[in-house]
Design a protein around this ligand. Structure first.
Ligand SMILES: NS(=O)(=O)c1cc(F)cc(F)c1
Ligand SMILES: [Zn+2]
Length: 262
């Protein structure tokens, strides 16, 4: 079967042919139109709280569509805010980027794209027994999105990822990150966010995600993004660099877009 990707022949515009959910009514990402975001008071009451462990020797792999750090953290908890009474547990994190830093994020804000976007993926352990099961339900996953801005300071936590990329140049390769990773350090200092009901942004595009997108970006350097773009989408000698792996915004339709200025 033809492998999905981000080129004209296998990219977002044709995903729905192979993955019907990609044509659904609660797809992600979306353009966050700040003027229609409603500040929902009960989001303020139920503060979004997160607790992560620091972990070393996390496995990072080249998925062919980017890098992914497997971080199943039974000790982690994400709860409150738009998540009702359920507790969500960290499963993995990865990111999306573009050919230049003028693009790369999946969500956009009033039409503006950032240079990239980090996704911290969690699943609902209150209701479901596994990540795979949770991904079949409308409240199964919670993904924290963090925008990347390009600046002069390199991001030390991202540098721990970048330093392993030469070992996973090709699709299917994986290695352990020797450094201790604390997912909390990926989050911006300002904890205001937008939230809405959406989907996985890559096939099969399951409509199972409660999205929480932080308003404040974190800073990475151009050099760090250049390193992301050196990953190869192929497993063999042929070099097809993963220079872009973001889906463009999808229609919000009649979904509510709420904001919380934590
Ligand atoms: N990009 S995303 O965060 O929506 C995502 C998360 C996931 F766990 C699996 C996917 F296929 C896609
Ligand atoms: Zn993602």
């Amino acid at each position: 079967a033809a492998e999905w990707g981000y080129s004209p022949t296998n990219g977002p515009d044709v995903w729905a042919r192979l993955f019907p959910q990609a044509g659904g009514a609660r797809q992600s990402p979306v353009d966050i139109c700040t003027s229609i975001a409603s500040s929902d008071s009960n989001l303020e009451m139920k503060k979004l709280t997160f607790a992560y462990e620091s972990q070393s020797d996390l496995r990072i792999l080249n998925t062919g569509h980017g890098w992914k750090v497997e971080a199943p953290q039974s000790g982690s908890r994400l709860e409150g805010g738009p998540l009702g009474e359920d507790i969500y547990q960290l499963e993995q994190f990865h990111c999306h980027w573009g050919e230049t830093s003028a693009e790369g994020s999946e969500h956009t804000v009033d039409g503006r794209a950032y240079a990239g976007e980090l996704h911290l993926v969690h699943w609902n352990t209150t209701k479901y027994q596994s990540f795979a099961e949770a991904a079949q339900h409308p409240d199964g996953l919670a993904v924290l999105g963090v925008f990347f801005d390009v600046g002069n300071e390199s991001n030390d936590e991202i540098e721990k990822i970048v330093s392993t990329l030469s070992e996973i140049k090709f699709k299917g390769q994986f290695t352990d990150i020797p450094d201790v990773i604390d997912p909390t350090t990926f989050l911006p200092s300002g904890l205001g966010y937008w939230t809405y009901l959406g989907s996985l942004t890559t096939p099969p595009c399951n409509e199972c995600v409660i999205w929480i997108v932080y308003k404040e970006p974190i800073t990475v350097t151009e050099e760090q993004l250049v390193q992301f773009r050196c990953l190869s989408a192929c497993s063999g000698e042929a070099e097809e660099f993963i220079v872009k792996n973001y889906r463009p915004p999808q229609p919000l339709g009649n979904r509510a877009l709420r904001e919380c200025n934590a």
